[in-house]
Design a protein around this ligand. Sequence first.
Ligand code: BJW
Length: 259
Amino acid sequence: MNISEIVEKIDVERLKIVSIVGAGISKASGMPTFRGEDGMWDNYSAMELATPQAFAKDPQLVWNWYKARMRILLEAKPNNAHFALTELEEEGLSLGIITQNVDGLHEIAGSKNIIEIHGRIRYARCTSCNHIQRWDNHKIANERDSLLYCPKCKNSLLRPDVVWFGEPLDPLKSEKALDWLSQCNLVLVIGTSGVVYPVASFPSFAKKSGAKIIEFNIESTPLTPICDFSIFGKCEETLPVFVKELIRKVEKRKSEKNE
Ligand code: BJW
């Protein structure tokens, strides 16, 4: 089924969309994904580095990984997939974006209702007093082999303000995400491998509340079987087409009602 045929099947009456987003959306902005061919850095897998154990054992190694990613991010711009989601929101069709990405590109693209469920790479958090500060500048990103320390407690180490494996998600963010997912009637699952929990369980949670699920990915994922439709291809190409066609259908519906 092509995108027009899929849009044709969507009930656009009182559409409330939630987008669940992963690293694939930022690939065209130059940000590496976690798994697949991008998933190694300095011979370590992202899965080995994104843990509190890795940070406890070798904070410098972990900070060097985040600094390498920050150097890329500082040059990155949102792409057409980020902008398509902003357009959905501006048209009043979106409840919000639940993003696993820590890069902040949705906000730069102009989206407002965003839950950054795995945190924010641009901020660092004190491992003792929880003081939070930005570190997204070229000077720090280019200082290799140096750690960041808390300006408040002086000797305490700062860490990236993100969620690593084995760490709980912010309960307020999870609660808000589940609230959106129970209210929505359409979920767009964009550029995620669908293997990291609890986010990987969000589409089926929404489906149980009656939402339709559409996946945008370059390949099938463990979520594909529960999706009503899968749109295979680069989301920076497919999502803008989908959004444009959806908005056209909503507008057409509105003008028919007013006649
Ligand atoms: C394109 C594309 C293009 C490419 N267009 N598509 C239940 C069952 C089993 C395990 C667990 C479970 N519940 C919890 C767990 C454990 C664990 C987990 O899920 N493990 C599994 C891996 C087995 N989960 C956790 O530990 C979570 N915490 C938790 O559950 O806490 C419970 C707790 C309670 C009380 C006390 C203590 C604990 C935390 C998970 C945190 C994940 N963190 C990371 C790092 C964030 C910081 C950082 O960025 O550095 O989050 S890991 C990494 O994976 C990152 C991502 O957000 C996340 C998901 O990755 P994503 O986005 O899907 O990227 P990829 O690379 O995997 O996929 C990219 C996709 O894009 C691919 O499909 C491509 O095909 C596609 N693509 N180009 C469209 N152009």
